[in-house]
Design a protein around this ligand. Structure first.
Ligand SMILES: [Zn+2]
Length: 284
């Protein structure tokens, strides 16, 4: 009797084990491929945590990691932007020549310079009606500004160009004056070294209104209008607020860069600095 009971118990245990085994096999079959996938994706995320960010550039990955290791508190989007525009490098010292082949898309900043003898080919003198005397710019820039000026005027908004093309030599004098007045550190945030100014391309304009000084331009109607409309004429605000860590310059509500209507619209819609836009979309 006891033996039989034991045998019955053994069969029961064996049966139970078999069922557990079957369930286990089904479970493994159902879950193994998924788990494998999961593992791969976890692995990938750790390898390329940068990849999911919009402006990630594969070539810059090492530099993202280096920058982040010394700035662990930084937002990863910022790290990517900083590295993309070269702001992890030393301004002026680690710079290359600006790519002249880019035409009106050219990027000139503290990492992309122009030669001392570089002068835009054909410039025109801007009309005294809307510019200080003797201001010169590329013909397409002059035309675009003229149209913008006329359209703004229809809405009773007045604006005029105080600075347009600046030669290497003239930029040098300006820069030296700033250093003499304010010291080098501050001068670098408000003035470009000769060879590093967008004004040398003939594509940049400083615009003011209502006889206000530069520091007060932000509060004018003209600025509010330009902020919403300048891209429609091919101009973008080149040094926006709170972007000094990317552009290298303090906020300049008066400084506009001509890019042509099509590109200006794209940059405006993307809502990033031209340094970032150029690095991601045009620097190839
Ligand atoms: Zn300017």
């Amino acid at each position: 009797m006891r033996k039989r009971k034991l045998k019955k118990k053994n069969i029961f245990i064996a049966f139970l084990l078999l069922i557990i085994l079957i369930f286990l096999i089904i479970f493994i079959i159902n879950h193994l491929p998924k788990d494998n996938k999961k593992e791969t994706s976890v692995f990938k995320t750790e390898q390329n945590k940068w990849e999911k960010y919009k402006y990630y550039l594969k070539n810059n990955q090492k530099r993202y990691e280096v920058y982040f290791s010394t700035h662990p508190e930084a937002d990863l989007n910022d790290v990517i932007a900083i590295v993309n525009v070269n702001a992890d490098k030393e301004a002026y010292k680690e710079s290359n020549e600006a790519n002249l082949q880019k035409g009106q898309e050219i990027l000139v900043n503290k990492y992309h310079s122009l030669a001392e003898n570089y002068t835009p080919k054909s410039m025109v003198e801007m009309d005294k009606k809307y510019a200080y005397e003797g201001r010169k710019a590329l013909p397409e820039v002059n035309e675009a500004f003229k149209k913008m000026y006329e359209d703004a005027l229809k809405e009773n908004i007045e604006m005029y160009v105080v600075s347009a093309f600046r030669s290497y030599t003239y930029q040098g004098q300006l820069y030296t004056n700033y250093i003499t007045t304010y010291g080098e550190k501050y001068a670098n945030t408000v003035s470009a070294r000769p060879g590093y100014s967008e004004h040398q391309t003939g594509l940049a304009l400083d615009i003011l209104s209502d006889s206000v000084e530069m520091k007060d331009f932000e509060s004018t109607k003209a600025f509010a209008w330009l902020k919403e409309n300048s891209y429609k004429y091919g101009f973008i605000l080149r040094y926006p607020k709170d972007k000094e860590y990317l552009t290298g310059y303090a906020y300049e509500p008066w400084h506009y860069r001509y890019l042509g209507k099509e590109l200006a619209k794209k940059v405006w819609e993307e809502n990033i600095t031209y340094d970032e836009y150029y690095a991601y979309y045009l620097d190839n």
